[in-house]
Ligand binder design. Structure first.
Ligand code: UQ1
Length: 432
């Protein structure tokens, strides 16, 4: 089937602004594929770019041609203006309001209105880019209100602690976004700690604790997922899967979640405390960069960490597309491999040392307990110690809270810690 894109200027086009702009964000496809979460699907037979006079007119005509379900309009503005009237508004002969109607009222019924801005076009691939669709409505402004925090920013992490202490009675909601994230454990660690804190302070019975996650599982490695589900049951925590935070109404203490299995369907939850794990993605400089993959991550070989196209470029840490959990422990293991890779490339040899995807997530489950998850690219446990690490342990808590910071500042950052693989081999007598 042929695919058609209609480029129409945005309503409210600013002088000098046009559809092709730098600073593009998420890749979606045209003709039209849309990978954006704000769209009900990622492909349309006809995609109209811009909901001004031309865009709305053509979408009405295209709807008659191919059916409403096959047409979408990308338009960020909530208001559509009949601009010819502005001649008279400028002369005081008409009120501005008479030229305005809600965009919703001019969209042909049944077609999809994608409330976003087009930031780039790739006609060869029938793709368009949409503006960052990773924003949560109401944030970050909402962080000015109490009762809401996020451990993911230096500006909001201490607000989590204040909200935790100020908790009186009601829902405590912890979120997990619909994007790749750093270590998937962190969004739930703060929940277990909160639960433990309220138990300690006699408030536990007043709290209805909820983990609203975009994922369909609690953790990607079965061994640790099973252990966490036990804890969740034991501590009377509710997990709502496939729920994505889309809006925070901080003044009313309401959080709006989209049900990812029913696009467009939302649920509103009142909260007494909300912990937000924000949507995450690659930095702007990498999006559409020649060193990045389609999603904007630096495109490196999974084993050598050498760039797939540019042999003198290497990647480590959060910016890469290495398909493993992004943690400091992963950086440690990657640093050891990358050191060897670069040494060999500098000597014009082929790199041979291989990164197995090792990563570690110390799952803090209370103020003195940790499950030490360690695993590889295949989501198979790769444990350093010859004991069952899926059990909550006090020793592992001290390792996380007291030993790891020392290891980080004094060994990793100085280039002397390449991850625990040598210890693992020693402790498993060379068998792992
Ligand atoms: C680790 O190497 C590391 O990097 C310094 C961390 O980040 C702070 C960790 O949390 C963990 C668990 C490791 C792995 C180290 C051992 C001794 C298992």
């Amino acid at each position: 089937m042929s695919t058609i894109g209609v480029a129409a200027s945005c309503s409210g086009l600013r002088p000098g602004a046009w559809l092709l702009k730098p600073g593009v964000r998420k890749m979606s496809s045209l003709g039209l594929h849309m990978a954006a979460r704000c769209a009900a699907k990622d492909y349309y037979e006809v995609l109209v770019l811009g909901g001004g006079a031309g865009g709305i007119t053509m979408s009405a005509r295209m709807k008659r041609k191919v059916g409403a379900g096959n047409v979408a309009v990308v338009e960020p503005s909530k208001t559509h203006y009949y601009q010819p009237l502005w001649t008279l508004v400028g002369a005081g002969a008409k009120q501005l309001a008479t030229s305005a109607r809600p965009t919703e009222s001019v969209m042909p019924r049944g077609i999809e209105w994608i409330k976003s801005r087009v930031t780039g076009l790739d006609p060869d691939k029938n793709c368009v880019w949409l503006e960052n669709d990773k924003k949560i409505k109401g944030l970050p402004e909402g962080f000015h209100h109490p009762k809401i925090g996020s451990n993911y920013s230096v500006h909001t992490v201490e607000k989590t602690w204040r909200a935790l202490q100020d908790f009186k009675e009601g829902n405590a909601i912890f979120t997990f976004p619909n994007t790749p994230v750093k270590c998937a454990g962190a969004p739930q660690k703060i929940m277990y700690l909160s639960e433990a804190y309220w138990r300690k302070t006699g408030k536990r019975s007043k709290a209805n604790i909820m983990f609203n996650t975009s994922l369909g599982v609690i953790f990607g490695v079965k061994k640790y997922a099973d252990a966490l589900l036990e804890i969740i049951k034991e501590r009377n925590i509710t997990v709502n899967y496939r729920r994505n935070l889309v809006e925070v109404r901080a003044d009313k203490q309401e959080a709006v979640f989209e049900n990812l299995d029913k696009p467009g369907a939302t649920e509103v939850h009142q909260y007494e405390m909300l912990h937000v794990t924000p949507p995450m993605g690659p930095p702007d400089v990498l999006i559409n960069s020649p060193v990045s993959d389609e999603s904007g991550w630096v495109d490196v070989h999974t084993e050598t960490l050498q760039h797939k196209k540019y042999p003198n470029i290497f990647g480590i840490g959060d910016c890469t597309n290495l398909p493993t959990s992004k943690t400091a422990a992963a950086v440690a293991a990657q640093s050891g491999v990358l050191d060897k890779t670069i040494s060999m490339v500098m000597k014009n040899q082929l790199p041979t040392k291989k990164y197995d995807g090792y990563t570690s997530c110390p799952l803090v489950t209370s103020y003195n307990k940790v499950i030490l998850a360690e695993f590889d690219y295949n989501a198979q446990p790769l444990e350093t110690f010859p004991i069952d690490q899926s059990k909550e342990r006090v020793t592992m808590y001290h390792m996380k809270a007291d030993m790891m910071p020392l290891l980080y500042w004094n060994a990793l950052l100085k280039g002397y810690w390449g991850g625990p693989a040598p210890f693992r081999k020693l402790m498993h007598l060379g068998l792992k």
